[in-house]
Design a protein around this ligand. Sequence first.
Ligand code: ATP
Length: 370
Amino acid sequence: MTTDNSGDVRLSGIGKTYGAFTAVHPLDLTVPQGSFFALLGASGCGKTTTLRMIAGLEEPTSGTVHLGDQDVTHLPPYKRPVNTVFQSYALFPHLDIFENVAFGLRRRGIKSVKKQVEDMLDLVQLGEQARKKPHQLSGGQQQRVAVARALINHPKVLLLDEPLGALDLKLRRQMQLELKRIQTEVGITFIHVTHDQEEAMTMADTVAVMNGGRVEQLGAPTDLYENPRTTFVANFLGTSNLIEAEVDTRSDEDIVLKAAGDKLVLPAARCSAPAPAGGKVLVGIRPEKIALAHADDAGSIPEGRNRLTGKIADASFIGVSTQYVIDSPACAELSVYVQNVERDARLVPGADVVLHWSPAHTFGLDAAQA
Ligand code: ATP
């Protein structure tokens, strides 16, 4: 991996409007050299526009783009040390794979391309396919050719715009791991646009969740998943249970809340809402962090756990785990995922249960956002 900073991407106040419509509100973002960064969000949130401003394919309305120490805001795309891979592979159909990859070198007038192209084809594991035409390859292989072609001129930054969007689910999963491996091997900055939360979480070191032209939250995948700061992020990254509760008391460490007849404890550091005494907070907990006890066993739940009483409304066996839907006086339709090795045969629809979990896995959101 290189140690210079020429692959740092720094966006300062970068924004884009189309007439009266704001596609990207001015945003600041730094992507460190060598990282795998994902822009994640639903269709229309501004992620492609942001990527295109880094590539130079879109002129920003405000702000600057720096690559390392260089201000590239007004440089045309071909003068930036950046290349882009699109969902449509856009390979040259009449050229074989070798010549598709060699294209960027030949255009720069480089004569002896053999070693570089062969090394690049080895990197993407297509050394055997060099003399085939694009239509003779699978979609995943064609996408790897597109990546090889984009990397051949040693860009400092590779931009990937929904590159796996055209592939079926199984191939997508394989290619996610493959792209991650390639990025680790070449060590340059990858910025990947996707609407698929699982894809972003699998591949990226850092994810920016975008919503309505703004970065709503930025962080490592586990951090975003375990400590979302808005209801949008909580719901976009997997299933979350959000329980409206009232602040009873609070100290510097803990917020104690009332949810129907139950009491819940939330670490103050994990609450992004103001949470004054008497105020409302949405208490969040992921389904797999909750354990389920039959009501008859409530006495054996360890001290210090958050608890809610409820009744099983539905149970679906899905191989390794069972997904329960629980109605509780505090909140209807809570989701709980229990590994089947721990399954209790009494936990069937209609059974009275106690949901319990560690306060450390609880997060708090502003109820006014919901
Ligand atoms: P998708 O995944 O569907 O491409 P996205 O998050 O990448 O979505 P953008 O393509 O960045 O979204 O578009 C953001 C918003 O800007 C959208 O509402 C889009 O309609 C609008 N937009 C994009 N390009 C233009 C344009 N040239 N003129 C007017 N509006 C545009």
